[in-house]
Design a protein around this ligand. Sequence first.
Ligand code: GLN
Length: 469
Amino acid sequence: MTGIEIAKKIKNGEISVEEVALEALERAEGDSCNAFITICEREQVIDRAREVQAQIDSGELGESALAGVPIAVKDNICTEGIRTTCGSRMLENYVPAYSATAVERINEAGLVIIGKTNMDEFGMGSTTETSFFGAVTNPHDPSRVAGGSSGGSAAAVAAGIVPIALGSDTGGSIRQPAAHCGVMGLKPTYGTVSRYGLVAYASSMDQIGPIATDEDDLIALYDIIKGPDKRDSTSISIRKDISLSGLKVGVLRETMTLFTGYSKETGSDQAVTDAFSEYVRKLKEQGAVVEEFNLKLLDYAVPAYYIIACAEASSNLARFDGVKYGFRANEYDDLRDMYAKTRSEGFGEEVRRRIELGEFTLSHGFYDQYYLKACKVRRLIHDEFKKAFEKYDVILMPTTTGIAPKLGESLSDPISMYKSDLFTVPINLVGIPAVSVPSGTKDGLSTGIQIVGDHFSEKMLLRAAGAIR
Ligand code: GLN
C-alpha cells in the first residue's frame, strides 16, 4: 500500500496507527539489506502511535494526507532523542537535542518515525559502502549495492518496510539510489526544503527530499516538508507552477551518444539506454513534443561538482574536532595531536580524501586554478540549463550511467564512482528540481529516468512523472 492508501484506511478506522507502526517496525527488525542504522524502541513507537491516533480521532489532523503513516529518515537529518550518526564513527553516539525542520513538520503532520536509515558517511559516496555501519545491499539482488548516499532510505521503501522515507541529495543521493532500487525520488528546488537540522555536506547543494513508490506520495510528503523557515536563510517559498498541456520535452542528446563513450569506463549498461528509448517512445505516443538537444558543458559537471562539494565539505566538517561533537581519540600527546588523531580515527577513508581535496583546492595558489574556476563553470552550466528551459518544459535524461554496481566494485576506484554521477550532479550545481522514475528492469535490476524541470516546477514534474510512468 502507498502512504496515502494507508492514511485513508487509518482515517476510516479499518486499521490503527499502532498496528501499522508495529508491522513496519517488525519488518525493519527483520530487514536483510542493512537499511537501518537505528531502529526506534518499540515503546517509543507505541507511545508515538497512540499520540497520533488520538490526534486523528479528535479530528486534529484532518488536513494531513499522511497522518499515521510510518516513515524512515536518513541518518543525517537530526531527530531529537533519536541517535543521528551520519553513517560516521565520528557521530556514532550522537543524540541530537533538537529536530530538523523537516522532521518537525512530519511530526506535526502525524507521521510515525520507525528508524534512521543507513547512508554513505556524511553523504559522501554513491553506493552506501562508505558507511561506518556497513553497506546497504540492493533489495532486488543482495550481491549489488542499493546506490547512495541515501541507500538505506531507498532500500527501506523498495523492500516494503515503509511506504515513504526522507533522503538528502547533494549530487544525486536521492535520485540515484531510487533508480537502483526501482522506486521514485525527488530532489527539490534548492531552498524549498529547509536545511535546518540537516548535517551539512556541501551547503550550496544539499537538499532534503522524499522517496516513495508513486508520485502522489512524493507530492504529499514534499507538501509537508517544504516551505520557508526562518532558521534557514536560504529557504524560500514556491512561487510558480506550470500546466502540463502541450508538454515540450527536451531529450539530452548525450544520453544516446556520449553515453556509449562513458560506458567503457563506468560500466554503464545497454539496459539503461534501451529503457530510456522505450520511455521516449511512450512519451511521443502520448502526444508530447520531443526534441533532442545537447548540453555542451555536461563533461565539466562532474569535475566542477567534486571541486565545489569537497571545498564546502572541508569547511563544514572542520567542526568535528573531538571537542564539540561526538568521537574523541583515546590517546594523544597534546591538543594538536588530539585533533589529528580524532579526525584520522573518526572519519573514514572517503571522507578524509574529500577533506584533503577540499583543503587543497582552497589553498593559496590553487584557489584561482580550481575552486574559482569550478564556480565559473557552475555559472555557465546554470546558464545553459536556463537557456534550455526557454524552449522546453522538462528535460529528460537517465538518472544513472548503469545498473547498480556489485558490492565492493566502487570502493576500489573512487574516480569511476565519481564519474557515475554524470547525470545527477549538474542538477545540484544549478539548484533545479529533478525526479527519478523507474524506467524498467534488466535481470530484475532497476534503472531510472530523470525528469528535470526549471526552478520551482516540482508539481509539474511529478504530474509529468505520473502521466508517463
Ligand atoms: N555521489 C555524490 C557524492 O558522493 C552525491 C552524494 C550526495 O548527493 N550526498 O558527492
